[in-house]
Write a protein that binds this ligand. Structure first.
Ligand code: PMP
Length: 383
């Protein structure tokens, strides 16, 4: 079992059984602890023990086995999940997908005479802007909303579009909105956990991460599948200059986790994750459908290439909207009911929207559902 060192949030007492009644439901942040029970069930087979003398060399000085073995496991996971075409693609490891997003911008804009303009369609994951602004060079700058550029007929110069599919925050499967742009497809959530897989993805640059596949966000491991050799080499150069490669220890841990993912052809983890996310969504959906004050995004059941059937939605986040005219700050409305979400403006959208995470621990989710039900039940009484 799990050693009890400290109580989960919202509980106290010698055996952590005492619920703190004023505790806020924290649905902010994307920490994927919903998979923690899965890894507790697989504690032994997922464990890694590394002796002090093992693999001490720099990554580049030891191009043998482990990276190659890890690559092969990644290719196998894709072929089982049926979520990406890996044939004819190069693979680059990164310190989380966060670093690969930046490496891809760098790689696509390296030899340009005028700066590339980096865009994403709203609502978008905030890091595309914050990171591009932070690392801005003469080669690229963040320009804002891809939809604005689409409507302005301004297509001059080099444009890089981040496409998140399924999207964070709203879970929709997306395609690039700018046909002339170099697209970087952020596929962090393109796993049977979070979406139907209508077909294997086959874009020129696709970025994945174990953070949302296995839930090990703290290990910092991601990979990019890249079609073009020059872009691939540029990304490798970025990794080499920034980090001298991804930690061996991280690679070793990722390898052990992927071995467990591959057990039974992925049936265990994909079924566990899908069913959990689907149940969470269904509960939220039922609760909000009783409300006149709030609505959530619509996601239709869709055919899934992995499950080989039509399956229900199971997104990573709720994109909640406050419908009352006066509720322009939706996160404040939720805050008054002791629910913490992430405000719409962070995603370059309106504060009438709030993102609620469905990825957190069972305790976090149960409290969120409880508080949301309380809030919806109170609706008629307060009007
Ligand atoms: N892309 C998206 C769309 C995300 O939501 C996240 C994590 N919240 C990331 C990338 C970053 O993931 P990583 O931990 O691999 O850096």
């Amino acid at each position: 079992g799990k050693p009890v060192c400290e109580c989960n949030t919202c509980y106290e007492g010698p055996d952590c059984s005492q619920f703190l009644p004023d505790c806020a439901a924290n649905a902010d942040g994307g920490d994927p602890l919903f998979l923690e029970p899965f890894w507790m069930q697989h504690a032994e087979s997922s464990a890694v023990l590394v002796a002090g003398w093992y693999r001490m060399s720099y990554v580049f000085a030891d191009q043998t086995s482990i990276s190659q073995v890890l690559q092969n496991h990644i290719l196998k996971v894709h072929s089982i999940a049926r979520n990406a075409i890996t044939k004819g693609k190069y693979i680059v490891f990164g310190v989380g997908s966060t670093q690969l997003l930046s490496a891809a911008v760098f790689a696509l804009s390296l030899n340009l005479s005028s700066p590339a303009r980096v865009v994403a369609a709203s609502p978008y994951y905030p890091v595309y802007k914050t990171q591009t602004d932070f690392f801005e060079t003469v080669h690229f700058e963040f320009q804002g909303d891809a939809l604005a550029m689409k409507n302005s007929s301004d297509s001059a110069g080099n444009v890089i579009e981040f496409v998140t599919s399924p999207n964070n925050p709203d879970g929709h499967l997306r395609k690039a909105v700018l046909p002339f742009a170099n697209a970087i497809y952020d596929r962090a959530y393109y796993w049977p956990h979070f979406t139907a897989i209508p077909a294997p993805a086959d874009e020129d640059i696709m970025i994945f991460t174990i953070s949302k596949l296995t839930g090990h966000a703290g290990s910092r491991f991601g990979w990019a599948l890249v079609k073009d050799k020059e872009v691939y080499l540029n990304m490798l150069e970025y990794l080499q200059l920034a980090e001298m490669g991804v930690s061996r220890d991280t690679q070793l841990r990722a390898l052990q986790l992927l071995k467990v993912v591959l057990e039974g052809d992925g049936r265990e983890i994909f079924h566990f994750a899908y069913e959990k996310m689907r149940d969470r969504w269904e509960n939220i959906f039922q609760t909000v459908s009783l409300s006149k004050r709030f609505t959530i995004q619509e996601i239709s059941p869709q055919y899934c290439n992995f499950f080989e059937k039509i399956r229900d939605p199971s997104p990573a986040y709720v994109w909640l909207k406050c419908e009352r005219k006066e509720d322009t700050n939706c996160n404040a409305v939720l805050g008054a009911a002791n629910i913490k979400g992430r405000s719409g403006n962070l995603f370059n959208s309106e504060d009438r929207y709030v993102r609620l995470s469905l990825l957190k621990s069972d305790d976090d989710f149960n409290l969120l559902l409880y508080r949301l039900k309380e809030l919806v039940n109170k609706e008629d009484g307060t009007e």
